[in-house]
Write a protein that binds this ligand. Structure first.
Ligand code: ADP
Ligand code: GN1
Ligand code: MG
Length: 365
């Protein structure tokens, strides 16, 4: 789809003339663009995103969450003497004051963020120190939001990490088998079904109150943190679409799922895909160190299991999306969602063998 970017960017309260607007980043959900503006001779960058409204059906509510969270975190960062434009995702509001616009021509909903300069969102762990920094970033982010009034937040994607619900969705995709693809992924389907007992564990701990429900990020991949291009230190946590009530076991687990993989999330050669327990310890140190005493015993007991659960959930979602015809996660080639689910299942097999070692690491950190 070709958009009239000049017109779209022109509706936001920013100075200057649009020079270029190109696709950017490797997110699976939104359409992200790097917009470069010439402001009286100086080039200023912005992130323009078309919000995925297939998924976020109520952009008003989504964007109100993001407005509240970013305004809150900007204030907190100012209080601690930091630079809010760099250390927090910062919205550029539309000229009418709204946090996003609806483009009449394309029907698309667009938002603009200030570009976080001199920082990188890594796709894989190139240095353990980077992974450590992402752990501290998500830990600090959780601390920052601990004082945020969660009742203000709308649950944009209800049951996002409710694995019992996710299993229901998976079974519906399997029963429908819309494209006759189930026969090609029998082994993968059996892998999911054999582990159904994983689904209810954290959900029921939260429901019974044995584990606290907290404001969580819920999409804690390494490429959702910006690290300083020079020092490698963390700068900001980004991708705030999924901030909702949840468990820190989800946030911890999702970081491990992505970052402790020695291969890419969609690596077709499974010989390259292993669970790196050294990186697990690196992340645990950073995350638990940042969270300090706020972690409860029930959370601590389930952090390592959370890594298996989040990997299982994500693998199940990739497989369900393959069965549904690749409609949810952005794909660039045929079979990419199958490759993605296979890497997740390889990681699970290895984590299952190392669960007691993983728990021991959590214990000593
Ligand atoms: P998605 O929801 O599709 O994952 P993200 O919000 O994570 O979209 O953005 C995709 C990518 O764009 C990020 O991984 C990062 O590389 C880049 N990005 C997003 N926001 C910013 C920002 N404010 N400054 C610099 N880069 C950004
Ligand atoms: C999506 O938006 P992105 O690429 O950061 C997805 C996550 C998955 C992840 C798998 C809103 O994250 O839940 O874990 O892909 N986000 C949403 O890489 O569904
Ligand atoms: Mg992202």
């Amino acid at each position: 789809m070709a958009y009239d970017f000049k017109k779209i960017v022109g509706r936001f309260a920013l100075e200057g003339e649009l020079v270029s607007c190109e696709r950017y980043g490797e997110g699976h959900i939104n359409e992200t663009y790097l917009a470069v503006v010439n402001d009286r001779g100086a080039e200023v960058k912005y992130i323009l995103q078309r919000i995925n409204t297939n998924l976020f059906k109520e952009p008003d509510k989504l964007m109100n969450n993001i407005r509240l969270v970013t305004e809150f975190s900007r204030e907190k960062i100012k209080e601690r003497g930091g630079n809010p434009d760099r250390e927090s995702l910062s919205l550029v509001y539309a000229k009418d004051g709204a946090p996003y616009i609806r483009d009449e021509e394309s029907g698309g909903c667009f938002r603009v963020y200030k570009f976080i300069t001199d920082a990188i969102a890594y796709q894989t762990v190139e240095k353990p120190e980077h992974f450590y920094q992402s752990a501290v970033a998500f830990g600090d982010f959780a601390n920052l939001l601990a004082q945020f009034d969660a009742t203000q937040l709308y649950e944009v994607l209800p049951g996002f990490h409710d694995t019992v619900k996710r299993m229901g969705d998976f079974e519906r995709s399997l029963a429908a088998d819309k494209f006759g693809r189930a026969k090609d992924v029998k082994k993968e389907i059996d892998f999911v079904l054999a582990r159904k007992e994983y689904c209810g564990k954290i959900v029921s701990l939260l429901a019974s109150g044995k584990m606290p429900t907290k404001v969580t990020h819920n999409d804690t991949k390494l490429n959702n943190v910006m690290l300083d291009a020079k020092t490698g230190k963390y700068v900001a946590v980004i991708d705030l679409d999924t901030i909702m009530p949840g468990s820190i076991c989800y946030d911890f687990g999702d970081s491990i799922r992505f970052g402790c993989n020695t291969g890419a999330e969609d690596e077709p050669d499974l010989d390259k895909v292993h669970f790196d327990i050294g990186l697990f310890e690196t992340y645990a140190k950073g995350y638990l160190g940042a969270l300090g005493k706020s972690v409860t015993p029930a959370e601590k007991e389930n952090l390592a299991f959370g890594a298996i659960l989040m990997t299982y959930e994500c693998g199940m979602r990739f497989l369900a999306d393959y069965l549904d015809g690749d409609v949810y996660f952005r794909t660039h080639r045929a079979g990419q969602n199958v490759d993605r689910c296979r890497t997740q299942f390889r990681l699970i097999e290895e984590m299952e063998k190392k669960l007691s070692e993983m728990n021991a690491i959590i214990e000593r950190n």
